[in-house]
Design a protein around this ligand. Structure first.
Ligand code: CAA
Length: 381
């Protein structure tokens, strides 16, 4: 596979890097510590086209490839992972799902607004008792002829309080198991949609994560995505795409921490020379650089397979597994390189270390990625 970036991809990466430095870096520490939702930053991201990067320009999107999206995700994630997770959910789980599987009417009604950032969306799969075991949906959507009645509770919902539409996965026919599950576009202004309290989290603290309660919500039938019973496969497909976004986020966290560690270790002196010139530190930097390069190649491979219309499920799972472990391992090392300074907010690496943890959990835990990979490699054995 050729991973040479095109001029257009380089331009996207550079624009994302400049934006992150100029508009996300100022105030990121305060937004994180006070859990302030990045309203102004998201508006600016919308204007720059970051919220619907891969969507067809006919629906207001940027018409870009997945590698460009991964590059932008990496750059934003070096600085502000609340902004980048909002971007990832909107692009991968919401826009891509509607563009690939929605009706023309759904695209006209929702996709243009989502891709231009006029509204943002959320993806509601996880439940209090159905996280990794996603087929065990307790939320119900009962067919009433021209509409469904939706009841249930979803939790850990990114963009939970700030979104205008939710993609909700719900069980319509328990007898059919996962083949009875449907996906719906639910307008959050409908009666019976209730937003619970905002979670106070370890990382990505300024993104809004909520529990959502649906109580006798009347969802029009035309808002179902795909054929009756397609909802579980829809969720799995969309999550595979989402895992590329989160892998790129994890890669950005790792490379952001690495860049800070290099800078600090060249400035900080101990025993008469910059600490980067001590083998104890230079070997850490060498390991970081190597692991980050491996993770980047895996993220770009998964993105390229998706762009080529090939099966990318296993590649996306491998990229997320690898990149999130690299992010966790090397943000801890970046804090270590900074010594006591790494333990205070001003130096940014402690925030990246806190942000890294969620990349091993959301959009499928590392254990679920291993399950997906193992099933694929063993399927013909
Ligand atoms: N594409 C299409 N279909 C797929 C698929 C895929 N990638 N993966 C599975 N399926 C299909 C299977 O073929 C099967 O269909 P048939 O029976 O018709 O052949 C059906 O789905 C059920 O599959 P399994 O038997 O494999 O189901 P399972 O229960 O054994 O395991 C799982 C599935 C992989 C563990 C899945 O439940 C899973 O991915 N769990 C993790 C869920 C997850 O990622 N949650 C994250 C929440 S979202 C989030 O974090 C968003 C946010 O806000 C940031």
């Amino acid at each position: 596979m050729d991973f040479t970036l095109t001029e257009e991809q380089k331009a996207v990466r550079d624009a994302a890097r400049d934006f992150a430095q100029q508009s996300l870096l100022p105030g990121v520490i305060e937004r994180d510590s006070k859990m302030i939702f990045p309203t102004e930053q998201i508006k600016e991201m919308a204007q720059l086209g970051f919220l619907g990067m891969m969507v067809d320009p006919a629906y207001g999107g940027g018409g870009m490839d997945t590698i460009s999206y991964a590059l932008a995700m990496e750059e934003l994630s070096k600085i502000d992972n609340s902004c980048s997770v909002i971007m990832s959910v909107n692009n991968s789980l919401v826009c891509w799902g509607i563009e690939k599987y929605g009706t023309e009417e759904q695209k006209q009604k929702y996709l243009t607004k989502l891709s231009t950032g006029e509204i943002i969306g959320a993806f509601c799969l996880s439940e209090p008792e159905a996280g990794s075991d996603a087929t065990s949906q307790r939320t119900t959507a009962i067919d009433q002829g021209d509409h469904y009645i939706l009841n249930g509770t979803k939790n850990w919902i990114t963009n939970g309080g700030s979104s205008s539409i939710h993609i909700v996965i719900a069980q319509s026919d328990i007898e059919k198991g996962h083949r009875g599950i449907n996906a719906f576009i639910v307008d959050t202004s409908l009666d019976g949609v209730n937003i619970g309290a905002k979670e106070d989290k370890l990382g990505i603290r300024s993104s809004d994560t909520h529990t959502i309660m649906y109580s006798d919500v009347k969802v029009p039938k035309e808002n179902r995505i795909g054929e009756d019973g397609f909802g579980f496969k829809f969720a799995m497909q969309v999550l595979s795409g989402g895992r590329i976004g989160i892998a790129a986020q994890a890669l950005g966290i790792a490379s952001g921490a690495y860049e800070l560690a290099v800078k600090y270790s060249l400035e900080r002196e101990a025993f008469g020379k910059p600490i980067a010139k001590h083998q104890a530190i230079s070997f850490k930097l060498a390991e970081m650089a190597t692991d980050i390069e491996a993770a980047r190649l895996m993220v770009h491979k998964a993105a390229k397979l998706k762009d080529e219309g090939k099966d990318f499920t296993t590649a996306a799972a491998m990229a997320k597994l690898m990149a999130s472990d690299v992010a966790m391992k090397h943000t801890v090392e970046a804090v270590q390189v900074h010594g006591g300074y790494g333990f205070v907010k001003e130096y940014h690496v402690e925030r990246l270390m806190r942000d890294a943890k969620i990349t091993q959990i959301y959009e499928g835990t590392s254990e679920i990625q291993k399950l997906v990979i193992a099933r694929d490699i063993l399927k013909t054995k």
